[in-house]
Design a protein around this ligand. Structure first.
Ligand code: ZN
Length: 254
């Protein structure tokens, strides 16, 4: 390629990179529930819509909803108790708690906007306070707006990688750095959700130390050499336990 066209490529690449940063700046907002500044490019209404739209497919992937109405309402009652006694009640999100039929995958997750799921495989190992811990953690993901933040972050890194590959064949390098950053941020999301989960447990009158028992159950479910879904994006259980203990100290004196 001639030197002139290289110069144009670099200029275009730099323009794309600049665009990524400008958009990122204009998307900065402070989360009113956590006080943390985040990069977000969707509204709460959009989050709710995405969650409602994906919920049936999510349930389908885990064998649908668990058929016992009584257990469904138990999960919902514990979830709503956490919502009503915490700041979650003041958010625009619509919380729904679902028990999934899947009796092999130990997992729980939240879609943006308030759709929250727990598999029967995990549910069946928990007492009520531990269930509150898991659901509280998932409520933390919702009001922490973690999915929306991850979407905005990955758009940012994709745009940056495009700019880098147009401007100088460094797309893969930038994409790699982006992957790592997203993974690290994912772990921080987990720690933030653990802390919020502890707070919600205390506010709803549950023993927050049961959250530590949840970590032990997850660790045991992982087995000596198998990494389950729930753990692969999650920080080391020992690290989480330490942070949970700190959160209990922080909130139980209030
Ligand atoms: Zn989580």
């Amino acid at each position: 390629m001639r030197r002139g066209s290289w110069r144009i490529r670099i200029l275009i690449g730099l323009a794309i990179v600049a665009f990524a940063f400008v958009r990122r700046c204009s998307n900065q907002e402070e989360n009113p529930y956590t006080g943390r500044t985040q990069n977000i490019d969707m509204t709460a209404e959009q989050e709710i819509a995405i969650g409602l739209q994906s919920a049936p497919e999510m349930a389908q992937q885990h064998g649908g909803l668990y058929p016992d109405e009584r257990l469904q309402s138990l999960v919902d009652a514990v979830g709503q108790k956490l919502v009503k006694s915490s700041i979650a009640y003041e958010t625009p999100y619509e919380y729904d708690f679902h028990l999934l039929a899947d009796d092999r995958t130990v997992n729980a997750f939240a879609l943006p906007g308030g759709q929250i799921f727990i598999t029967y495989a995990l549910f069946s190992q928990l007492n009520e306070a531990q269930l509150a811990g898991v659901l509280g953690h998932e409520i933390g993901h919702v009001l922490g707006r973690h999915s929306a933040e991850r979407i905005a972050e990955s758009t940012f890194w994709q745009t940056l990688a495009t700019g880098a590959s147009v401007g100088g064949d460094m797309g893969n390098l930038v994409a790699g750095i982006g992957q790592n950053t997203l993974l690290t941020n994912g772990r921080n999301d987990e720690l933030e959700s653990d802390e919020l989960g502890v707070l919600f447990m205390i506010e709803a009158g549950y023993d927050p130390y049961q959250m530590i028992e949840v970590m032990k159950i997850l660790k045991a479910a992982a087995g000596p050499n198998r990494v389950p879904e729930f753990q692969s994006t999650h920080p080391d259980p020992e690290n989480r336990i330490e942070k949970i203990q700190e959160a209990i100290q922080k909130y139980s004196g209030r």
